[in-house]
Design a binder for this molecule. Structure first.
Ligand code: GLU
Length: 421
C-alpha cells in the first residue's frame, strides 16, 4: 500500500474496464505506462535580480489516437506521478469524447501566487523554450489547467512562434481570443458538465430546481455555479482552499463571483451573503442533491465518502474520488458522473479551437455551444447506456467506452515496432 502511486490507483479503473471486454493483453500493456515523460529545471531571473529554478515536466502518455493533448498545471505540489496520472486520464477523456487525440499533461512545481506578473511570464516562456521540440500542432498540444489561464497560454504561443519563426496558433489551446483562442473556451469545462447533467437529469432523479454544493471555486466551480443558478437551481454551499460557506436557501452566485474576482476568499463573503462558515471538510456532507468536486485529486476518500448525502456527484475536477470511495458511493446508491466524461467539455472546446486554428475559419459562440452540447449528450448517453446494459457504474461504463476505442486503434496500429509513431 505504501509504495502504491497515484498512477497505480488510477490503473485500477483500467483493469476493471478491461475485465468487461475481450481485450488483447498487449493493449493493456501499452496503456499501463506513459510513452514519454520529460523532466527539466526552468531557471528564471526574478525581479530582484536573483535566479530561481523550478522543476517542470511534460508527459505524452499515449498518442495512438492522435497528437497528445492536455493542460499545464502550475502548482506547489506538482510531481511526476501526478503529471503522468493526469496524462493517463487525458488519454481516456479524449477517447470517451472521440476526439482525435491521445493524452498528455505538463506541470511546473510553483505557487504562481508568489510570483509577480513579469516573473510568471518569464516562467511560462521558459517552459515553452524547454519543451519547444516536445510540443507541436501534430505532436503535443498543451492547454490551461489548475492555476494557468489564457494569458499564460498566450505567452507560451508567442514564445513558440518566436522559436520556430512561424505563426502556429494550433500549438496550444485556451489562448486569448485575440491570438486565435476560441469563443466559449473559458466556461467550457463547466458548461460540458452542465449539459451532461441536464441531459441525464430525469435518469439521475434531479428535479429542475435541485440544490448544488461545489467544492473548489476556481474556473470550473465558478462557471458551474453561474450556469446552474441561471437554470433555476440553488447553489447551497461552496468552498475554496481557505474554507467553506453554506446557506440552505441558496447563495447569491453573482455576488459570490464578484467577491472572488476582487481577491476575497469565500469565507470573507459569508456575512455579506448571509451564509454560515463551515469547516472545509464538511462541504461534501451538506444536504444537496448534486455534489460538484471542482478542486484537486483524491478529495473524496474512504474516510469521508460515507458522509455524502447527494444523489449525484459530478466530477469537474480530475480524479477527485478514490477507487475505494467509489465502492462506498456505489453501495450507498450515489451516482458518480466520472471526470473523463463530466469535465471533458474543456478539452472538447480546445479541440474546436485547434480545428478553427487549422482551418483559419472561426465559429460564433452559438455554434460552439451547439457542437459542445451535441457531443456531451451523445457520449454521455452512450456511457449511460453501457452502464445500464452491463449493470456497472457510470465510471466503469466511461472506461469501457474509451477502452473500446483505444483498443481498436492500438490493434489497428499493429505491434511492430510497438512504440513507433
Ligand atoms: N486541463 C483540462 C483538462 O484536464 C483541459 C485540457 C485541454 O483543453 O487540453 O481536461
Amino acid at each position: 500500500m505504501t509504495d502504491e502511486t497515484l498512477l497505480d490507483r488510477a490503473l485500477i479503473r483500467l483493469e476493471e474496464a478491461a475485465s468487461h471486454l475481450q481485450i488483447d493483453q498487449d493493449v493493456i500493456e501499452k496503456l499501463k505506462y506513459p510513452r514519454e515523460t520529460t523532466k527539466t529545471r526552468l531557471l528564471i531571473r526574478m525581479d530582484d535580480g536573483s535566479r530561481k529554478s523550478f522543476l517542470a515536466w511534460r508527459c505524452r502518455y499515449d498518442d495512438t489516437r492522435g497528437p497528445t493533448k492536455g493542460g499545464i498545471r502550475f502548482h506547489p505540489d506538482s510531481n511526476i506521478e501526478e503529471v503522468e496520472t493526469l496524462a493517463f486520464w487525458m488519454t481516456f477523456k479524449c477517447a470517451v469524447m472521440n476526439l482525435p487525440y491521445g493524452g498528455g499533461k505538463g506541470a511546473v512545481r510553483v505557487d504562481p501566487r508568489t510570483l509577480s506578473k513579469t516573473e510568471l511570464e518569464r516562467l511560462s516562456r521558459a517552459y515553452m523554450q524547454a519543451f519547444a521540440t516536445t510540443v507541436g500542432p501534430d505532436r503535443d498540444i498543451p492547454a490551461p489547467d489548475v492555476y494557468t489561464n489564457a494569458m499564460i497560454m498566450g505567452w507560451m504561443a508567442d514564445e513558440y512562434n518566436q522559436i520556430t519563426g512561424s505563426v502556429t496558433p494550433a500549438v496550444i489551446t485556451g489562448k486569448p481570443i485575440a491570438l486565435g483562442g476560441s469563443l466559449g473556451r473559458n466556461d467550457a469545462t463547466a458548461r460540458g458538465g452542465f449539459y451532461l447533467v441536464r441531459h441525464l437529469a430525469s435518469e439521475l432523479g434531479l428535479a429542475r430546481d435541485h440544490t448544488v454544493a461545489i467544492q473548489g471555486f476556481g474556473n470550473a466551480g465558478q462557471f458551474y455555479a453561474q450556469l446552474t443558478a441561471a437554470d433555476g437551481n440553488k447553489v447551497v454551499a461552496v468552498s475554496d482552499s481557505a474554507g467553506a460557506i453554506h446557506k440552505a436557501d441558496g447563495l447569491d452566485v453573482a455576488k459570490l463571483i464578484a467577491g472572488k474576482s476582487s481577491g476575497k476568499r469565500v469565507t470573507d463573503l459569508a456575512a455579506e451573503l448571509g451564509a454560515t462558515v463551515i469547516p472545509a471538510d464538511d462541504l461534501i456532507a451538506v444536504e444537496a442533491d448534486l455534489l460538484v468536486p471542482a478542486a484537486l485529486e483524491e478529495m473524496i476518500t474512504i474516510d469521508n465518502a460515507g458522509s455524502i448525502k447527494a444523489k449525484v456527484v459530478l466530477e469537474l475536477a480530475n480524479g477527485p474520488v478514490t477507487a475505494e470511495a467509489d465502492k462506498v458511493l456505489t453501495k450507498n446508491g450515489v451516482v458518480v458522473l466520472p471526470d473523463i466524461l463530466a469535465n471533458a467539455g474543456g478539452v472538447t472546446v480546445s479541440y474546436f479551437e485547434w480545428v478553427q486554428n487549422r482551418q483559419g475559419f472561426y465559429w460564433d459562440l452559438e455554434e460552439i455551444h451547439a457542437r459542445l452540447k451535441k457531443m456531451m449528450e451523445r457520449e454521455g448517453r452512450a456511457v449511460w447506456n453501457i452502464a445500464k446494459e452491463r449493470d456497472v457504474s457510470a465510471r466503469s461504463a466511461a472506461y469501457i467506452h474509451a477502452l473500446g476505442r483505444l483498443a481498436t486503434a492500438i490493434e489497428a496500429h499493429g505491434t511492430q515496432p510497438f512504440f513507433a509513431g
